[in-house]
Design a binder for this molecule. Structure first.
Ligand code: PEP
Ligand code: MN
Length: 338
């Protein structure tokens, strides 16, 4: 159930409604928007008589949430979620945020040169995997924590934020000092135990769409994190597996406006995994910004062809520069900045 409070509701009235909801056996998630406070009640609400809540002082209206996801649905935060990071970076606002870096952190020179160029081009996040989910157990598996140390150092040297993938619960704690945002990869979108644990931290989570996941399944996975009280969830369209073989995945650009309609959570476009092909990355990045993506996640590398993972879809740094200038024009055309 959603209880929307009146614009002028007092703290005392809000507390009173929360008490009544708890008494009725539901757990309460509160969000204080620019205009009003919204209280989402999750639990056995089907048998509740909602009209009694409507009569409480300070309540504007009460309704049931018909979708299976309660906290990820737009009605929880009608004005949209803006995830705020250190350095004043906001994801979900007017500015389109750019996250760029190699698929995997490989060595000091690679990550420092990348950081310098990502910053110079106008990026906000340095990305790079330290724990890599590889299809083959014989492929490079990532540098682990020493890689994160290098990436943190490089990001700090150039004033960037860090995003990196967490693959299992045991990695959360050791990664915390190094990352500004955890990435949950496509293969782990339905690792529900991992999602529950990530609901307990307060570091933002970028949740990638699974390779065969529907948008509803992605929103339900987000719900696992939100229901733990971590409301800083960012979704990511990175392509899904279809019968098409011309690209590595089929990037579902329409997922961007669909998510915007169904959810308040910000959505990121990842044209690198979305296509798997260097020559298709820029067109799909442009399409994602045009479709309303709040950020772009793109793989770049000083020596892209020699990247230890995902070389075929990785941009050279000069190509990234060119892409950034194109994205600026597109962002402006859809009323955003970059
Ligand atoms: C990655 O970002 O390098 C990655 C492994 O992504 P995905 O989970 O989308 O395959
Ligand atoms: Mn990759």
């Amino acid at each position: 159930m959603i209880v929307a409070m009146q614009e002028k509701a007092t703290e005392e009235q809000i507390d009173n409604v929360i008490d009544a909801m708890v008494e009725a056996g539901v757990s309460v998630h509160r969000t204080t928007g620019a205009i009003q406070t919204i209280l989402a009640g999750v639990g056995p609400t089907a048998s509740l008589d909602l009209s009694k809540f409507e009569l409480l002082p300070g309540v504007l209206h009460v309704h049931r949430i018909s979708s299976p996801y309660k906290l990820a649905g737009r009605s929880f935060r009608p004005e949209g979620t803006v995830v705020e990071f250190r350095n004043g970076v906001k994801l979900g606002g007017e500015r389109v945020v750019v996250m760029a870096g190699p698929c995997s952190i490989e060595n000091r020179a690679q990550i420092f040169e990348t950081a310098e160029r990502v910053k110079a081009a106008g990026g906000s996040f340095l990305r790079g995997g330290a724990f890599k989910p590889r299809s083959s157990p014989y492929a490079f598996q990532g540098m682990g924590i020493p890689g994160l140390e290098l990436m943190r150092e490089a990001a700090d040297a150039y004033g960037l934020l860090v995003i990196s993938e967490v693959m299992e619960i045991s990695q959360i704690e050791p990664m915390l000092p190094y990352v500004d945002c955890f990435q949950v990869g496509a293969r782990n979108m339905q690792n529900f135990n991992l999602l529950r644990e990530l609901g307990l931290v307060r570091t933002p989570i970028l949740l990638k769409r699974g390779i065969a996941a529907t948008i509803e399944e992605m929103l339900l996975s987000a719900e696992y994190i939100l229901s733990g009280g971590n409301y800083n969830v960012i979704l990511c369209e990175r392509g899904i597996r279809t019968y098409e073989t011309a690209t590595r995945n089929t990037m579902d650009i329409s997922a961007i406006p669909v998510v915007k309609k169904l959810s308040h959570l910000p959505i990121v476009g990842d044209p690198s995994h979305g296509t798997g092909r260097r020559d298709m990355v820029a067109p799909m990045a442009r399409a994602a910004v045009a479709a309303g993506a709040d950020a772009i996640l793109v793989e770049v590398h000083p020596n892209a062809d020699k990247a230890a993972s995902d070389a075929a879809q990785t941009l050279y740094l000069d190509q990234f520069d060119k892409l950034m200038s194109e994205l600026r024009v597109i962002a402006a055309a859809v009323g955003r900045t970059l």
